[in-house]
Design a protein around this ligand. Sequence first.
Ligand SMILES: Nc1ncnc2c1ncn2[C@@H]1O[C@H](COP(=O)(O)OP(=O)(O)O)[C@@H](O)[C@H]1O
Ligand SMILES: CC(=O)OP(=O)(O)O
Ligand SMILES: [Mg+2]
Length: 384
Amino acid sequence: MRGAVVLSVNPGSRSLKAAAHDGSGARLWAHRVPRPTADPGSAVAEIVRRLASAGLTVSAVAHRVVHGGPVHVAPERIDDELVADLRRLVDFAPLHLPGDLDSIEAARARWPDVPHVACFDTAFHATLAPAAHRLPVPDGVTALGVRRYGFHGLSVQHVVDTVPGLGRAVVAHLGGGCSVTAVSGGRSVQTSMSFSPTGGLPSVSRSGDLDPEVLLFLLDRGWTAADLRGLVDRSSGLAGMSGGVTDVAELTARAAAGDPDCRLALEVFTTAVATTVAGYTAVLGGLDTLVFSGGIGEHSAPVRAAVTDRLRHLGVLVHPTAPVPGDVSRHGAPVRTLVVTADEERVMDRAARELLAPALRAPALSAAAPGGAGAPGVRGRPVG
Ligand SMILES: Nc1ncnc2c1ncn2[C@@H]1O[C@H](COP(=O)(O)OP(=O)(O)O)[C@@H](O)[C@H]1O
Ligand SMILES: CC(=O)OP(=O)(O)O
Ligand SMILES: [Mg+2]
């Protein structure tokens, strides 16, 4: 093991992932806690227990925070002020931010003497040009912070960091939430999620974009804001169309067995992904690389096939049985198609080290010294 150990905590909507790296970038430990069975506080408690049995001492903790709003566009050291600021942003991402904040508070309580860093999923999209982030509403609404932010930026950053020669690329991050991002010169130029992670494509249990009149139509019929939020965030998307199936492997198996609802759900979903990818080729002026990532993108060959079958005219030709992760393009295909394992934790690790350097280069204290001497602001603590 080389240098200080940084723990990365990534609360996704369907699982909480955590990983510990050393200063050389080596992954020392990783764990995934499924959701929604575990609340963030108990998920952090489980991480603490498991890190303790792995004998690791943490010198800093990096947290994925889904929304940074208009102001937080780069990794930041977490203090009470930032937490209070993020609490004021909860309405921007009500499905994620309360859990993100619970997870931060649980980790800060457990490791009060080490620095905690917020890594924003929106930050990668800070490069969007006005024509990409402006929503077509009057200035008075924009002034409230209503604009396109974009999400899954840490996952797209990992693709940019690890795939050489991306060129004009589209990254389809299909996980609990699903989004597609157009990347040019390593920067985000367009992305499907918008003001919150509820917009854009349908996700596992989110509606994605709806004609706004649908919500007003329901409002006029007595639905409350909470009812509408439950509808768009929890009971729509693939699950909403299939009678509640959130396991996409089960959904595709049922569709293959002829279940009409599951077949329709998959068709709606994969058509939305494919047409968004195709649309982004107009923004990019072509397509060199198509990347699938996230739990569905990495593991569901039927979903990938249904998407890529609709993109053959653009030169997306894939080998149906190519091993994943990796290059799944057919030999000589004009577009390179890749499956990349999402690794937000690695991106967060690097971001935290960059922010905290040079303090992190100092060795972590071993075992028993809470509050003891050490590098300024970076005091290692025993875990467990
Ligand atoms: N083998 C698989 N086949 C199809 N879908 C899968 C498979 N494994 C995981 N998934 C799907 O991936 C989704 C979760 O993706 P993930 O990226 O882990 O979510 P998050 O990070 O948002 O919590 C779930 O809907 C799950 O059904
Ligand atoms: C932004 C978002 O949708 O995140 P997740 O996929 O973890 O739900
Ligand atoms: Mg995720």
